[in-house]
Design a binder for this molecule. Structure first.
Ligand SMILES: [Fe+2]
Ligand SMILES: [Fe+2]
Length: 137
């Protein structure tokens, strides 16, 4: 399973959000490799809990930040987060039923990891010019 890493094309202009992205990517990598390695259900379950909870916390922080800086993609960003949370919940439910099947792992990789990195690059990075344009921050 190739692992993905944060790179400067994902810079949002807000260091705490960048750090949260790094953490999310790291935990998603951990989850995917634990699943591919056939680790136990309890271990994967706790990785899912940790990742899911952290994602929700991050989305809240980021949405507040976009509102604060009047970012034009704020609504689009919040809607995308909602979709991610729903997709994540569906994966979680599937995992609880079937465990980490190869089919599930492939789709997690495609839909969560690819989604996250392209969402950061396309949407979250649009915060950077808004932060720069705001004096006295
Ligand atoms: Fe976002
Ligand atoms: Fe984000």
């Amino acid at each position: 399973m190739p692992s993905i890493s944060w790179d400067p094309s994902m810079t949002t202009g807000v260091e705490s959000l960048d750090n949260q992205h790094k953490q999310l990517i790291a935990w998603l990598n951990d989850l995917l490799s634990a699943m591919s390695a056939g680790r136990g259900r309890t271990e994967i379950s706790s990785l899912l809990d940790k990742l899911g909870g952290y994602a929700v916390m991050h989305f809240g922080n980021e949405e507040d930040c976009m509102a604060k800086y009047n970012c034009p993609v704020a609504a689009k960003n919040a809607a995308a987060h909602k979709d991610f949370v729903a997709t994540f919940a569906a994966f979680r439910e599937e995992f609880d039923k079937t465990g980490a099947t190869a089919h599930l792992v492939v789709r997690l990789q495609a839909e969560l990891m690819r989604w996250l990195t392209s969402h950061i690059k396309a949407t979250d990075t649009q915060l950077a010019p808004c932060v720069r344009a705001t004096p006295h921050r």
